[in-house]
Design a protein. Sequence first.
Lengths: 202, 151
Amino acid sequence: MRPLKICISLCVGLLLFTSISCSTKQELIVLVSEDDGTIGVLAVDDGEKQVVLDQHLSAAGIDSRGRAQKTEVSKQELEETFALALSAQPDPPTAFRLKFKSDSTQLSPESEGVLVLLFAEVDKRGGICEVEITGHTDRFGPLEYNDTLSLKRAEAIKKMLIQRGLKSTFVRAVGRGEREPLVETEDGVREPDNRRVEILIR
Amino acid sequence: MKHPVALFLTICFLVLSAAAGPAVSAEIGQIKNLSNSVHILRNNKKIPAVAGELLHRSDTVLTGENSKVGITFIDNSRFSLGADSQVELSRFKFNPTTQEGQFLTTVKKGTLVVVSGKIAKFSPDAMKVRTRTSMISVRGTKFMVKVTDSD
């Protein structure tokens, strides 16, 4: 009888061990809040069901059978598991705004000062950055016309920056038209504050 | 061209193409920082990565032992990878004028930290991350994914 009991115990032990290994997380997905507290939403679909994550540290673990389940992760566990990736996070972009003298393509006096700061930022990043120049218009004129106009303004600024010795090799001009006003107005209203170029150093 | 009609049509075509909107350029992002062994797999070639390198859609980013890399994208998404990772930028489309886009990332193995950008804000299904077994729809914003290597 004894060898049989031993055999059974071993079998049970093996089964338990296997089931524990099978439930080890093969994949882990964790939602976290950003530095400013913003929190988003993730929907994790394993092919059969969806697990929704919408709180700081809410997580889904996926087992070796491909099933997703809500799970818990501590801040410490997270920091250990993702230590290298967390230490390589790129900085958020820096933004600069250029304005024009009314009804002209000449920069306003304050904008010259902004340019100095912009060049300093590019230098600080050793030229390893993307410079995205976005033109904006007010709501005076048709949508398509403003798309073209804002792009032309952005391209003019891009040309000027390059002429002035901009070090970055990744420079893009974008036209946003009237889609992102600083000051909300009715359609067809002239608003000089909306006529501007926003530059992101990414 | 001999025929004025052909010339006229060619000019029309060129003007219309120019007016069609911003050209879709190949560069979708840039490597901002990296440490140790980081490579880009592009068109079946393995290229050692450097800071400042531009990334294209379909690129795969590979990190080796004790290596890491930080990447920004033209829609403001930010990625960072830890060691022994393989992440493919499977699909990326972004119209900077309308901010419409689509972004599919495949995490084959390793660790990835993401802060989503404008594409994820555009619509709930616009940004997705695929792992070996799951599909994650990203409505925003910061999250982490770990995929254990099979074997």
